[in-house]
Design a protein around this ligand. Sequence first.
Ligand SMILES: Nc1ncnc2c1ncn2[C@@H]1O[C@H](COP(=O)(O)OP(=O)(O)OP(=O)(O)O)[C@@H](O)[C@H]1O
Length: 240
Amino acid sequence: MEPLVHLRNVSKQYNGAGTPAVTGVNLAIAQGEAVAIMGPSGSGKSTLLNLIAAMDRPTTGTVRVGRDRVDKMNETAAAKYRRRQVGMIFQFFNLLDDMTVMDNILLPAQLARGRSDCARQRADELLDRLRMSHRRDAYPARLSGGERQRVAIARALVNRPALLLADEPTGAVDTRAGEEIGALLLDLNSAGQTLILVTHNPELAAMYASRVISVADGRIRSDSANPAGSAGAPGMGVQR
Ligand SMILES: Nc1ncnc2c1ncn2[C@@H]1O[C@H](COP(=O)(O)OP(=O)(O)OP(=O)(O)O)[C@@H](O)[C@H]1O
């Protein structure tokens, strides 16, 4: 079967930077995998995620996601691709403070101009599954870090993306909330959601990813199945 994500000989040299951020990366990720990308600060993890999300383009090499040739996209095509295929969550949530939980979740659906009743139904379903229904009219400033990240996950999933990308999703929350976020990601993956997680946290990678890719100096140094991942962690009953 064709991989969902396929990078071939990908390098990225930022303008003005001395050494490339990513060099000669070959990577295939199948639909349904939960992959952790690990490595020291500055090793190229976020750059890889940004290349897959079409936030940036490689200097050389090809990036395919499904049928999309991501490395060739102009900004308009990239924005459309992201709205339809990619959900992203970040360390600091990136919620809009002057919008309620519900409106934050609906934002990507409005940008994608789908049917608003369908989007609202999907948002309700996600809020229910993330145990956040009672907070639907709250503003982000009133939420805990763990709650904010759950809203960010719901927002990332509202358009049913093929890919969920997470950059240090537990970096700004306490241990307990981090475990809950990890369990949530695991449940999503168990229900078929393809997940790529960038993390410094070996425990998160070990518990919640079925494959761990280590990068250093912009190159993949190891890529191994993680038999402990995606098994045995507490779940929250979330489905894609
Ligand atoms: N927009 C940019 N312009 C120039 N250089 C950049 C840019 N973004 C990243 N870099 C450089 O590319 C290299 C890889 O950065 P990247 O952010 O991908 O690493 P990372 O592994 O995600 O690091 P961290 O764990 O600290 O977030 C670093 O040397 C960084 O300084």
